[in-house]
Design a protein around this ligand. Sequence first.
Ligand code: FES
Length: 162
Amino acid sequence: MPATTPRVLTDEMIEEIRALFPRYPTRRAVTLPALHIVHQRLRHVPLQAVVEIAELLELAPAEVQDTLTFYGFFKQNQPHGRTRLWVCRSISCFLRGSDEVLRHICRRTGVQPGQTTPDGRLTIEEAECLGACEFAPCALANDALWKCLTPEEADRLLKTLK
Ligand code: FES
């Protein structure tokens, strides 16, 4: 008998996704919110979760996978760190030195954008405009916006995430 892959969606996640059904015109329209629910709990959406979401939404797994891979926000292969640090790389921040700040953060943490520190504490991400261009360069961590970043300020930021 072939081994079955253990299920990854918890009853709570399934309930939360089902609770969205009356609020959307079709089950397909629940794809994105369902991905967010799972991503928030697991810090990634593994392939098995894609299969289970598709089952719930009565879609083909490829349809859910298409949505997932369209958005750079979702991780699939491994969970992101406990904190995701988003450093803005869009034009205003870039012109005011975000690349230097990002390089500094990468040097300090020993990981590159998209990677997670070995202790699972932090994932460094490059962000598109965070909507705070007047405070460029800026970054977002745990819902806190860090404004007018310098390498020194970035060190302070990293300390708060320990
Ligand atoms: S360009 Fe960075 S916040 Fe807008």
